[in-house]
Design a protein around this ligand. Structure first.
Ligand code: FES
Length: 247
């Protein structure tokens, strides 16, 4: 169904009435109205995954916390995005993500250009309570243009969804289960030997951490571009190019 020209679904977020489109999620309408909800796996322009759970919000009359990125709006829905409980949940979730990998900012090429790092600052994570897992994961530097360091991968699947849904190559996928899950290229071969990779670099652009990086970039030079996908899909689907300066 085509979107109406104007948003027509009233929703109350943190006491303010805002208007949503019928196909909005709580996160998308909040973003459009300048209401910040921390999030990590959500990426405009690709499907919802709902894996990180950092975007939890309180929705009145639902008796559990809901992920804002995967919760569709409904008329007169009442949402709370800020409370002590929510902050505590988000903080602990982020600590668990940090404990699961080897996120050592001081030796990461994305230091200073990392959404995980920014979230840690935003949520006040100055130490990590769960035990560090210190997984032993091998870096894949086989690709001529890019590197993949699984130690810094948070399994947000942004790269998986972007490569599959936008580039149409589906190089990346997740293998294994639970905390034994890991990212694979094609059928598990080194990235540089994955025949389906088109070298487009979109996966690197949308990676929120230093897991996927350009070779030859020094700290301070490394940049990601998470708005790239929304820009591309808006141009393809709507014929309306989003203004990248205002995204
Ligand atoms: Fe909503 Fe990750 S951003 S679950």
């Amino acid at each position: 169904m085509a979107r109406p020209k104007r948003p027509n679904v009233p929703v109350v977020i943190d006491g303010h009435e805002v208007m949503a489109y019928p196909d909005d999620t709580v996160l998308s309408v909040a973003k459009r109205n300048g209401i910040r909800i921390p999030h990590l796996c959500a990426l405009d322009g690709v499907s919802v995954y709902g894996g990180c759970r950092l975007c939890v919000v309180d929705v009145a009359e639902r008796h559990k916390l809901m992920p804002a990125c995967g919760t569709a709006v409904a008329e007169d829905m009442e949402v709370h995005t800020q409370s002590r409980t929510l902050q505590e949940h988000r903080k602990l979730i982020l600590e668990m993500i940090l404990a699961e990998g080897n996120h050592v900012c001081a030796v990461c090429v994305s230091n200073g250009a990392c959404e995980l790092q920014d979230l840690a600052v935003e949520l006040g994570v100055d130490h990590v309570r769960p035990d560090y897992q210190f997984p032993r994961r091998t870096v894949d530097a086989s690709h001529p243009k890019y590197t993949f360091d699984p130690n810094r991968c948070v399994l947000c699947t942004r790269c998986v969804r972007t490569c599959s849904e936008v580039e149409g190559a589906h190089v990346w996928d997740v293998a294994g289960r639970a905390n034994g899950s890991y990212l694979i290229a094609d059928l598990g071969q080194p990235w540089g030997e994955a025949p389906s990779c088109t070298w487009c670099g979109k996966c690197v652009a949308v990676c929120p951490t230093g897991a996927l990086a350009w070779k030859g970039k020094a700290v301070g030079e490394m940049r990601h571009d998470p708005n790239l996908v929304a820009f591309l899909t808006s141009a393809r689907d709507e014929g309306e190019w989003l203004d990248r300066e205002t995204m």
